[in-house]
Design a protein around this ligand. Sequence first.
Ligand code: PBG
Length: 327
Amino acid sequence: MTQLFLPIRPRRNRRSPAIRGMVQETELNAADLIAPFFVIEGENIEEPIVSMPGVSRYSIDLLLEKIGHLCAKGIQAIALFPVLEVSLRNLDGNEAWNEEGLIPRAIEQIKAQFPHLCIISDIALDPYTSHGHDGILNEKGEIANDATIERLCKMALLHAQAGVDFVAPSDMMDGRVKALREALDANGFEHTGILAYSAKYASALYGPFRDAMQVSLQFGDKKTYQMDPANSREALREALLDEKEGADILMVKPALYYLDVIAKLREQTHLPIAAYHVSGEYAMVMAAAKAGYLDASKVFYEALLSIKRAGADLIFTYAIDAVIDQL
Ligand code: PBG
């Protein structure tokens, strides 16, 4: 057997599980993962979402049970999305600031039962508008920035009052973080945080989410407010603006196709960075696993680890059930 003189052998650091554990650079923890949930009206209702196997819409009572199971496994944060009856959706989206609405009630009940859980609520109008866009329309049929922000503020105040820990503006309107910070502070909610969807791309990967929300865009697309997938400098500009406006956490979304954006942002901010491993990223892996092409648990673990390695501190993901026992 030939023996080369090779003083540098990187494989020495990979010889055993103990050594690999010692030199491991990135670690995935339950505390890094945020579980998104789709909430519906009613009692004792679970509706499986066809395009997202393993994910369901839950009525609040069943949601509380599901959260109990996750908490027992170490999950410490959740994000809430309402799925509204179509009759409650209109041009103004005013169900979004109904004090008795689904999300304020969900927040109150979850907080009462799980006071230590961090609750994040989505702040955008798309579940509430009849056309499915994230903003209200002006006379020309365009998405009106400033008028939309006024409504976001009303919505965020209700969530804060109900006890939410972070409001998460997800619509990419200009100036919303500043307006939300001012509205929260003016009303005594200086401890309610803002997790800003700072670089949210106009991605084709949200398809299953819109299916879950039973939202279909009635016209056009979201390209006048969500970002162009071709751009990364613009993402930094958006994120640094949100930081200046008072955001507590910055988000990049989707995650895996945008790891370069996460890595670049990591060099430019000292704020925590969140990534959203979105519905399409989840659905693709589940579909391939169903066909027997790959092991979903292993692929998800690798995906989430990669998102952290790129520089994200926390990750919104539907894949928690698939990875939690490996953490
Ligand atoms: C809407 C919103 C979307 C998602 C989170 N909030 C969809 C969209 O912008 O159309 C997508 C999440 C996912 O795909 O998992 N404000």
